[in-house]
Design a protein around this ligand. Structure first.
Ligand code: NAP
Length: 229
């Protein structure tokens, strides 16, 4: 499969590396490939400059958002939450039309420092905004509720724990569930929450996740959904 991972931060890199290791063709999307390669400082999460990572992952190509999305069969958005729509508009509605678009971004606003605020929140979600802005894309919100290392290697956390999918296209959710299985998520722990409006809940869950990370001192933390049969 040909994947575009839109996003050069730690999440995009982690997803791209895992997809590459699984034998997929991967293009990472960025605003300006030359500018991204020329960076010498870590990003705000302390992630090392992209060029260093690129040297260790020679099969993963870097391209503009538009070029990456145009070439791909499936697109993952691992974007700064406040800029995700801008980046996806740069990718272009035509390039996204008809494709599964997996949105792992969270609408975090760091403008007032840490902890971040959420915008949108409660009455709307980034997942819904993306689906509204790109009605021909098959948007599935997933993976945004766990740390990126856990996204691609759920066994980092022992025992059963849950991962969510939501979106308006049942076939798109099926194909995302298949990708989650490739990453190592057991079918029984993939929880389909329904339409894309469920992204309101999964995005707000990140508030709880941040609290748990602080409380337990590890990013290898998740929750499990348990219900009566
Ligand atoms: N850290 C985790 O484990 C984790 C877990 C779950 C979800 N998430 C979510 O995953 C997403 C990615 O996180 P991250 O830390 O890897 O990266 P990030 O710093 O949140 O986002 C990096 C990407 O956003 C793009 N971007 C930034 N400002 C932009 C602008 N003004 N216009 C267009 N694009 C812009 C950057 O483009 P350039 O490439 O051009 O710089 C880059 O590709 C976030 O929404 C985060 O909340 C993170």
């Amino acid at each position: 499969m040909r994947y575009a991972v839109l996003g050069t931060g730690i999440v995009g890199r982690t997803l791209a590396a895992r997809l590459d290791a699984l034998g997929h063709e991967v293009v990472v999307g960025t605003r300006d490939a030359a500018a991204t390669r020329a960076r010498t400082e870590p990003d705000r999460m302390g992630t090392a400059p992209y060029a260093r990572w690129e040297a260790e992952h020679p099969r993963v190509r870097l391209a503009s958002f538009a070029q990456a999305a145009a070439e791909a069969q499936v697109v993952l958005a691992a974007l700064d939450g406040q800029s995700a729509l801008t980046a996806l508009h740069a990718a272009g509605a035509d390039a996204l039309a008809g494709k599964v678009l997996i949105d792992v971004s969270n609408p975090l606003d760091f403008s007032a420092g840490f902890p971040p605020r959420f915008d949108p929140v409660d009455t709307d979600s980034l997942g819904e905004q993306v689906q509204r802005a790109f009605p021909d894309a098959r948007v599935v919100k997933s993976l945004n509720t766990v740390n990126c290392e856990v996204m691609v290697d759920p066994a980092r956390i022992p025992g059963a724990h849950s991962i969510f999918v939501c979106g308006n296209d049942p076939e798109a959710k099926k194909s995302v569930s298949a990708l989650l299985a490739e990453f190592g998520w057991p079918a029984a722990e993939i929880v389909d929450l329904g339409g894309i409006e469920a992204a309101r809940g999964t995005e707000m869950l990140v508030r709880l996740w941040l609290t748990m990370m602080g409380r337990f001192g590890t990013a290898d933390v998740n929750i499990r959904v348990v219900k009566a049969p």
